[in-house]
Design a protein around this ligand. Sequence first.
Ligand SMILES: *Cc1c(COP(=O)(O)O)cnc(C)c1O
Length: 223
Amino acid sequence: MGYIADRIRYYKSTIPTDVELVAVSKFHPNESILEAYEAGQRAFGESRANELVAKATSLPDDIKWHFIGHLQTNKVRQILPYVSLIHSVDSERLLRMVDAESKRINRVTDVLLQLHVAQEETKFGFTPDELIQLSDMGIFNELQNVNIIGVMGMASNTDDTARIIEDFNSIKNAFDRLATGIMVGNESFKVISMGMSGDYLDAIECGSTMVRIGSDIFGERNY
Ligand SMILES: *Cc1c(COP(=O)(O)O)cnc(C)c1O
C-alpha cells in the first residue's frame, strides 16, 4: 500500500462527510494520480490548462477535474470540455468568457467566484462589494451557461494562525452576505472552497465545504 493511497484514506476518514476533498495533483505525474484514484479519489485539482487537458485525456473518464489556478480568458476554450468545476473565476471578463464558450459547446459550467479577502497578498479575486455592483448591473441575470455554485478563497500566506482564521472568517462572511443577498434564489450556491495542506483544519472550523489538498497527499512539488 502506497503513501498516496494512505493519505487519501486518512483524509476520507478524518474530514467531515459534508466537506469535499479535492486532491491537488498539479505538477505530479499520472501514476501518482492513479494511486489516489485506486484509493477511491475522484476529484483532482489542476492549475494549468495544458496540464489539465493532457491528464484528462489520458486518465479515467470518471475523474472530476477542478481548475484552481489563475485562468486566462484565452485558455477557457481549451479546458471547458474536461473541467467539472472552475474555482478561480476572478473577473467579469472571465465570467463572460466561460459563459460564451459554454454556450458554444452547449454545456452549463459550474463555477466558483474567487474572493479577494482584505489582507491577502494576491491580486486576484472579487471583493464582495464588486460582486454586488456586478449584480446591480444585472450581469448575473445575463449569464445562461454558467452556474455559480459558491466561492473560493485563500488565506494569507503566513504562519500567523490568528490572521489565517481572520481571512477564513472574511471568506465565510462574504459567502453568507452573498447567499442572503444577490444569490438569493440560487439553490446551488452552497460551496465554500477554502483550506489547503497547511491550514485546512482551521478552514473547516470556519465553515469550508471543500478543501484543496496538494503537498500533504502527493508530497512536495518540483516546479
Ligand atoms: C497549489 C494549490 C493548492 C494546494 O496547496 P498545498 O499547500 O500543496 O496543499 C490549493 N489551492 C490552490 C489555489 C493552489 O494553487
